[in-house]
Design a binder for this molecule. Sequence first.
Ligand code: NAD
Ligand code: ZN
Length: 364
Amino acid sequence: MKEVIFPRSRNIEQYVFGKGSFSNLAELLDQRRAIEDGPVIYFMDHYFSGNHLSTRIPVRDGDPVIFVDTTHEPTVQMVNDQMDTVESMIDSKPSAVVGIGGGSTLDTAKAISNLLTNQGKAEDYQGWDLVRVPGIYKIGIPTISGTGAETSRTCVLTNYEKHLKLGMNSPFTIFDQLILDPELTATVPKDQYFYTGMDTFIHCIESLNGRYRHALADSYSKMALQLCSDVFQADDMLSESNREQLMVASYFGGCALANSYVGLVHPLSAALSLVLGYHHGLANCLVMNIMEEYYPEETAIFHDFLDKQSIELPTGIAEGLSADDFEQLYLSCIIHEKPLANALGDNFQTILDRDRATQLFQRM
Ligand code: NAD
Ligand code: ZN
């Protein structure tokens, strides 16, 4: 008899939502300290260093504040280095870890929270259900919307040694508390807002077009897609109400992701990140731009979004690449078996062979 796999996940237990809700952070941390005292470790995107928001965090004596350099997306090495820094700055068990930023910063905070209680190195926990015990209580505060990192059960880390981008997939990676304040996304540059926002759109269309489907993930995806459509067909995608809508779309997209798999776009995009250093949001868009054959209707919608928002993607990114570069791109893509099987079926290696993958990269 065919084994039935029941989707299993946890939702975010607590959230505070709404414009200005960042001001709840001090009270939430007071409540936390009343249960378990200890320093609070803040991870903040480096964009906020010296910025107004960094003066609004309720830091006490002995609380480390670490500005995360997001010039490059997090790697296992970067997280291990952050862990050394954290350990040199505290002498008792922290009461909370707070991540304030985009996917890169939220994922860094999640990874450190897990390492603080599980010990070892970041790479030891890349995979499924390898985290043994709950991490330090963690609060996520997104400042850009789209990755769903605020709700997902993973924290994506690049591992150059193993040639992969893989997270610590575990229920322990889920934030305990979120603060969803759309005011915080007001300063995101237009292109970055689009690229990261498209991550939600792409997660959801990949999930809805995959083989592993169920009503729960489908519903989250459909809600998120409707919100994306409203935002990216609007005259001003960055208006206050659209920033609020996109924050909700990202939240639902992360819930969908926790209950399903991505498809063909993410493996190709991961290869662009790993081999050519493109950031996740832009890499996704470069792939989505040429997906007519695989996701025809969704690619047309994506092109409409690009036109409506006057976003111009880089082109000719594969010009001048060597045969070895294409081989590395192919290998870094084909390693993502679960999403590729979700999108293309069990014989995905025959469908997406070296030649086909190379043709796709050459069209980007
Ligand atoms: P990011 O965190 O890498 O940030 C992108 C840029 O936006 C940075 O330059 C940052 O400084 C800037 N920025 C962020 N907030 C800002 C603000 N309010 N004002 C001005 N600038 C701001 O971007 P991202 O796209 O959110 O995250 C990408 C990362 O998330 C990748 O590492 C990707 O692998 C990961 N990811 C994780 C999950 C997950 O479930 N954990 C899902 C998808 C992607
Ligand atoms: Zn993604």
